[in-house]
Write a protein that binds this ligand. Structure first.
Ligand code: MTE
Ligand code: MO
Length: 321
């Protein structure tokens, strides 16, 4: 297979090729204004604090997770996003976030479980308050961020629906709303966005169903009102604006695997030793430090090896990437 490295073209290194090509056509049509904006240096990082933009989430308890990590600046995290339903550029999700209707919102849970049903977002926000915590977790693509997430371990929500022994995987489905969401009116991706996890990954305590970040409800561009966070995997595994979770026996066909199986694997574990066909994954660029900031060495499982390496014992991770 031909391997082409494009080490310093930002939109290609962080964006799947079909999206990036679509975006290039779009940029050419738009006379390239957005590309220049992307190249401007970003402001430095600030200490975590509630930005006061959105509704606060009450009664938060901060866990010990990542106390030593410096959170990414809120403005950087909320203005540089991948959320193709809201548009293909990194700026489009923030600009179009107002189009996302997040109430009423129910999460349907079905498939291989004894108690299929649904749960409303208000119930998730209130009924799990004991478990709701702030997790300061790293997330990484070839750019990296540290985000103080507010969320419930996915396992606590899933347990209510009583998965059976046939539930080997979960399939997560994102919003479908082509009337309102501009990206869903173009066949850039097969809609709806689908992601999946093996059941033990889904039940791992670090896998979160996030309802907020920085002490507030999630901004639309970051996946309001409910998104997945899997800190040891690449960003695309973290499905945004989730409406359905299905327990299944067979490995689900996820959006990126369906689109480009040669480039995207089901597992998508952060692994500096496995290159993406079009770029190295050995280093990462901290978001908010500018496109030309010095890259850091990416850590195996994004630094969570101690917590998650056991899930993959005996697997050949260069094959199951
Ligand atoms: N529904 C949906 N979820 C999605 C995406 C998307 O396009 N649609 N993009 C994924 C990708 S590629 C990344 S890198 C992360 C980005 O999350 P962030 O913008 O909060 O950093 O969301 C993931 N979840
Ligand atoms: Mo991504």
């Amino acid at each position: 297979m031909q391997r082409i490295r494009i080490p310093s073209v930002p939109s290609s290194e962080i964006t799947p090729r079909p999206v990036w090509e679509d975006r290039r056509r779009f940029l050419r049509a738009a006379a390239g204004g957005a590309a220049a904006a992307l190249l401007l240096a970003r402001p430095g990082q600030a200490a975590v604090s509630r930005p006061g933009r959105l509704a606060p989430i009450a009664d938060l308890q901060e866990t010990a997770h990542g106390k030593d990590l410096k959170p990414t600046d809120y403005d950087d995290f909320t203005s540089y996003n991948n959320f193709v339903e809201l548009g293909v550029s990194k700026e489009a999700p923030a600009n179009n976030a107002h189009l996302l209707r997040t109430r009423p919102w129910t999460l349907k849970v079905e498939g291989e479980c004894e108690a299929p049903g649904e749960i409303g977002i208000e119930d998730i926000l209130t009924q799990f308050s004991q478990e709701e915590r702030i997790y300061r977790l790293r997330c990484v693509e070839t750019w990296a961020a540290v985000v103080p997430w507010v969320g419930v371990p996915l396992s606590l929500v899933l347990a209510r629906f009583k998965p059976t022994s046939k539930a080997k995987f979960v399939e997560l489905e994102s919003i479908s709303d082509p009337d309102r969401l501009p990206g869903q009116r173009r066949p850039v991706l097969p809609w709806p966005y689908v992601e999946g996890l093996r059941i033990d990954e889904a039940m791992h305590p670090l896998t979160l169903l996030a309802t907020g970040c920085y002490g507030e409800v999630l901004p639309g561009q970051n996946g309001a009102p409910l998104r997945l966070v899997v800190p040891w995997k690449y960003g695309f595994k973290s499905a945004k604006s989730i409406v359905r979770i299905r327990f299944v026996e067979e490995m689900p066909e996820t959006t990126w695997v369906r689109l480009q199986p040669d480039e995207y694997g089901f597992y998508a574990n952060v692994n500096p030793t496995v290159d993406h066909p079009r770029w190295s994954q050995a280093r990462e660029r901290p978001i908010g430090e500018g496109l030309f900031a010095r890259r850091r060495q990416t850590q195996m499982f994004n630094g969570y090896a101690e917590q998650v390496a056991d899930l993959y014992r005996g697997m050949d991770l260069s094959r199951h990437y």
